[in-house]
Design a protein around this ligand. Structure first.
Ligand SMILES: [Zn+2]
Ligand SMILES: [Zn+2]
Length: 129
């Protein structure tokens, strides 16, 4: 998934925009010839572009996020990014066991607020590994 996508993604449940991005693993790739700049929100530079004329968005295209998490600060939901694919599914289509193993797998890189209070699933105890 490219950083650029964060300029387009809103929370499927509460429609908040922009969402927060946490990157676990990323790799450099060759940027495409034609680059469209981020318009509203640039996730790589983490800036709101509504009062900004332009930003250097080459990095938004020359990095592929392999694993990470997208977090909605409004409804507290988190969405996994796995194998470069963001999975922005509504609660009823998510698998709780998969969600819990995802949180456990990356727990060292996930802020506590999401680990223990995130929706639709979160870890219940701070002690079991
Ligand atoms: Zn950008
Ligand atoms: Zn939301």
């Amino acid at each position: 998934m490219k950083y650029r996508l964060m300029d387009l993604l809103a929370c499927p449940i509460c429609k908040k925009f922009p969402l927060n991005l946490i990157v676990f693993m990323e790799e450099e790739i060759k940027p495409p010839h034609k680059i469209v700049r981020c318009e509203l929100f640039c996730a790589y530079h983490n800036i709101d572009l509504s009062n900004q004329v332009s930003t250097d968005c080459e990095k938004c295209y020359s990095r592929e996020i392999r694993d990470g998490l997208i977090f909605c600060g409004n409804c507290n939901r988190w969405y996994p990014i796995e194998e470069e694919i963001p999975r922005m599914l509504p609660d009823e289509l998510r698998n709780k066991n998969d969600d819990i193993s995802f949180l456990n797998k990356w727990r060292m890189k996930i802020p506590e607020r999401i680990l223990y209070e995130g929706k639709p699933s979160s870890l219940t105890t701070r002690n079991n590994i």
